[in-house]
Design a protein around this ligand. Sequence first.
Ligand SMILES: C[S@@+](CC[C@H](N)C(=O)[O-])C[C@H]1O[C@@H](n2cnc3c(N)ncnc32)[C@H](O)[C@@H]1O
Length: 256
Amino acid sequence: MLIKRFSWIVALIKPPAIRALLLQGSALILNVAILLLLGRTADMGISLIGVLLLQATLVVLLSYWCGLAIWWLAIQFLFPFALIGTLALALPPIFFFLLFLLFLGLYWSTFRTQVPYFPSTRATWELVAGLLPPDKPIQFIDIGCGFGGLVLHLAARRMESRFFGIEIAPIPWLISSLRGQRGQFLFGDYAKRDFGQFDVVFAFLSPVAMPDLWIKAKREMRPGSLLLSYEFAIPDAIPDIVVNDPRNVMIYGWQL
Ligand SMILES: C[S@@+](CC[C@H](N)C(=O)[O-])C[C@H]1O[C@@H](n2cnc3c(N)ncnc32)[C@H](O)[C@@H]1O
């Protein structure tokens, strides 16, 4: 009952980026407490670099203790130095605001989905084209289509079929929509979209997304349809297709 009541807090602090921020705040409180204590007892002066080092050490210890992944420890260590270094540049506030808007438009809810934008290549698109059912018109969707490269490439090769992309971040979605009439680009979260109409669902996401994607695919995709994933396998689901792209990255396929 108690856990249910506070489940929204658990959901709120689930993304590692939120936990990282809270841990920086906690380390800052500890940092100030230690500095006050030292100032009172030993009357010690401490340099800015000392304060930053203390902050970096405290936050790494806290982050390690809370089980953040190893790359987060490096980010957490460097963050206080990067913050003060950037402030020292004394750039106009509008610069930070515009940068914030750009990142917001590009990455949107990456902190929650843990799937950032990075594109697949033309060589991969060629391989995907070869995995599509050849002998009938199909409906295809790239879930998390980025700037729409794969969708437009396939749509140009298979005029008889329909190619969709769905994208959660506004800037990639807007640009992909402006790039061509051949594909159809939807704005939103693929998790809220029914996969039932598609013959092929293509994903290039992240390891974190794969277990939920598999549950959704099994629930919604029609028998005979195909789920493709670039780079990321689904734990405990043996793929029916495994092909290597020229960069030695796998494309996995599961026949539903
Ligand atoms: C690794 S990129 C892949 C881009 C493209 N599919 C390609 O192959 O070049 C993943 C994309 O998925 C988008 N994305 C992440 N989670 C999503 C979600 N739940 N719904 C829709 N798009 C999502 C991200 O914004 C990002 O653009």
